[in-house]
Design a protein around this ligand. Sequence first.
Ligand code: ADP
Ligand code: MG
Length: 638
Amino acid sequence: MSHTVSDPVPGGASKAAQAASVPAAAASAPSRGLNTRHVVLAAVALLLASWGFLPEFSVTLLNYIGLYALVALGLVMLTGVGGMTSFGQAAFVGVGAYATAWVCTSAQAAQWLGGLPPALLPWAGLALGLALTFAVAWFLGAITLRLSGHYLPLGTIAWGLSLYFLFGNLEVLGGHTGLAGVPPLVVAGFSLASPRVLGLLIWAVLLLALWALHNLLDSREGRAIRALKGGRVMAESMGVDTARYRIKVFVLAALLAAVSGWLYAHLQRFVNPTPFNLNIGIEYLFMAVVGGAGHLWGAVLGAALITLLKEQLQDWLPRLLGSSGNFEVIVFGLLMLVVLQRFADGLWPQLAALARRWVRPAPSVLPAAAPLPARPLPPRGQVVLEAREVTKRFGGLVANNAVNLTVRAGEVLALIGPNGAGKSTFFNMISGVDDPTTGEVRLMGKPMAGKPSREFAALGLSRSFQHVRLLGQRTVLENVAVGAHRRAHRGWIASMLRLDRAEEASVLAEARRQIERCGLAAHADTPAASLALGQQRIVEIARALASQPAVLLLDEPAAGLRHLEKQALAKLLDQLRAEGLGILVVEHDMEFVMNLADRITVLEFGTVIAEGTPAQIQGNQRVLDAYLGGGDDLGVAA
Ligand code: ADP
Ligand code: MG
């Protein structure tokens, strides 16, 4: 890969990141000492060098660890990164294993694939397994991923059980006895019959998957997957099609499981339903969670720990208890409770924190960044957002009552009103989070009835939330980069193969530009959760700006800011207005509103009670009554 070490580009990830607090010269200094990439390469070299000398038994264990880690890796993506829990992954391992076993052993398959040399049969089995898994996972995902809360895990248990019983009851799959006589893999005339040789393939596949997923997570698509955990509303508002991403992550995890099953079948050379039952599905989840569900290497750590532990327990427990049985499951359950009590994020982060004393993160260096494509802004004065008679009822409560409002390019419109007046509800109406009960919303002149938030985002609307919706563990830079999601296009495969670097550089450079503009440059590389709440609101504004909006909706942006920070925010909004954005703010700080807004709309009990310039509103008796009645203060120093 063509990486230049001293990259002057602001998007040069962690380097330029440090430049904010460290002198610029240090940022381009050559990197010294160990970094994570060195450690991984050294570990791989060590494994490879010792592979031929390891005892048979260790090779077997390592093979199983590799196979389990592949499945757990899918679960890390699904559970830890994407926020969806599955107990049913073992069933997909079964699909992969049975597909190849059937293709390689059945007379029926031989007839259908007549003429295919026997050495190619396992590859046909792999193709069938992947195709079947893809279809089954897409279908199951489309049904179950709609379920929320606990229903999703319950759904995965249901189909995990169904597939398991299907394996055991299908005559063509040999029922409960299974299929024997699965041939070894043959690659270029070379047989992988020996576990020691096949193990090389297993670990090569695992390492390749780790590499590809690491790349995926370090990209636009990875950020979108992570955004799923920030809640659908946030991700959709940033233009992410959450339903589609959820299904894609689900299918990806299932495909990894199927590959593991394929390798397993050719390692065991025999397949029966037992290894694909729900117990094992739960064990896979243990592995991911104990290892650290938010980290790819957590899957490998978890798979290794659970495999070694199981091995020991199966030796010891029957001796201790004097009878045989799957007692290890009980121990696993207790272990998981203890680990989660002590280390909620699993063991990998602990290990990584220890290692960080000696090992630096590998530098991620990007090519020079070209600017992202920019959308032409509508001419100043043009109506960009229009609400016509928007009414929203929650049962008997009328939260918005026939609200009319227009926002024009190049103006700041403020929406004020006492708590509970319906301001946040109105924001949801005009940003596609929720649909009005009656009335119409038009964005850029287009009727938006029934459109999801991401369509609003596509047309140039972006927003911040009253209750901050950031990914607290991720850096400010990554959070803001999510905002630019729709301005880039590289997909999953390109990201996995690192073909997205030029675009990624542009996205990160844009994110950094917006962060600087919002005055948070010093915090770009800190986790968002470590910022003060007021600053987190500003991060939300930067994220909204990264989408290059024509319309900006800000829900209480000044709440929690100190005086100087408020002034800086007012200056920023003033500048955005001058650039031609249409801005709608909900804000309680009257001094802030009166000094900034061109026009003000006042809501009370869901109804517009006044509209006009700040001066008109300040002199409006009804508004004064509403505020005095509500105990709020309209005291203003204009
Ligand atoms: P504001 O942002 O002006 O403080 P909101 O829009 O949050 O006011 O709330 C307006 C009214 O609608 C309140 O009485 C609130 O309790 C009610 N409300 C808001 N969201 C819902 C909901 N999802 N279901 C039922 N009532 C709601
Ligand atoms: Mg509100």
